[in-house]
Design a protein around this ligand. Structure first.
Ligand code: 0L1
Ligand code: MG
Length: 262
């Protein structure tokens, strides 16, 4: 794809996000040969456009980190995108469905590093050694594609459906923690909607951070100390609607994160 077409794709998806308008996936008719490399170039163009508009990157996020989702999409690699400052929601805050297209929520474990991590060959052990703390979070995903119907390049170009994130305020050192066996329930209106464990994220959420560092290394980038990193949904994402009270409950002393939906 030439630079002009990459920009066209980025403009198309970025305006769909701003106008809260769903669109047909690019690979369906217009660009059936859209590649993963081109998709990351389109994502980078969207990031450039957002930065030029004055938004700031809050931190990177990993997507498609569950074995089941990867199998379903026939991929071996998870994907990454970025959460921006304007997407951040406080714990307990009220969000409005009308600010999104068809939002879903998923509970995630977040990491903050005390040192930069530069791939390739970063391991989970190195991630844990360089972790300052972990925190509980909820990601709000809102694919710009109709019915969340996309192929891998579509979702990469669409900044991995990023739309919102709650970075919970409970923080814990990883010392003595078992992030793989840590249980999480997503409770909606007092009923458990879905459950999972940290191991549902690439067998251990630290593997997700390692994969992020190794993927960014191909672009000459690092994972930076101090930035909140979302490691990927622990459970399936659940559609939310007006009137919902969303509560993600985490084990290992990570507490809970809440959202109200209007
Ligand atoms: O954070 C995620 O895992 C979302 C990646 C994109 C998949 C989706 O929108 O369902
Ligand atoms: Mg996610």
């Amino acid at each position: 794809m030439n630079t002009e077409t990459i920009k066209k794709v980025a403009d198309f998806l970025h305006s769909a996000e701003k106008e809260k308008r769903e669109v047909v996936r690019l690979t369906k008719e217009v660009y059936p040969d859209f590649s993963i490399e081109d998709a990351y170039l389109a994502q980078e163009e969207i990031v450039r456009q957002k930065l030029a508009e004055g938004h700031k990157i809050a931190g990177p996020k990993m997507g498609l980190t569950s074995g089941a989702k990867m199998k379903q999409m026939h991929v071996e690699d998870p994907i990454y995108g970025y959460v921006f400052d304007y997407m951040q929601v406080e714990d307990g805050e009220t969000i409005h469905v009308s600010d999104y297209i068809h939002p879903k929520v998923e509970p995630e474990i977040g990491f903050v590093l005390k040192e930069d991590l530069t791939g390739p060959n970063v391991t989970a052990e190195e991630v844990l050694a360089k972790t300052d703390y972990v925190f509980p979070g909820i990601e709000i995903i809102d694919s710009r594609y109709e019915n969340f119907d996309f192929k891998l390049p579509d979702v990469i170009a669409d900044n991995t459906s990023a739309a919102g994130a709650v970075f919970g305020t409970t923080i814990r050192s990883v010392e003595g923690m078992h992030l793989d066996t840590l249980g999480v329930s997503l409770v909606i209106n007092g009923k458990v909607a879905t459950m999972g464990t940290g191991a549902d994220v690439l067998e251990h959420p630290a593997n997700s951070v390692a994969r992020l560092a190794n993927m960014l290394a191909k672009k000459g980038k690092s994972v930076k100390a101090g930035e909140p990193i979302l490691t990927g949904g622990i459970t399936a994402a659940v559609r939310i609607q007006s009137g919902d009270h969303v509560c993600a409950k985490f084990g290992e002393g990570l507490g809970e994160v809440n959202l109200l939906v209007k």
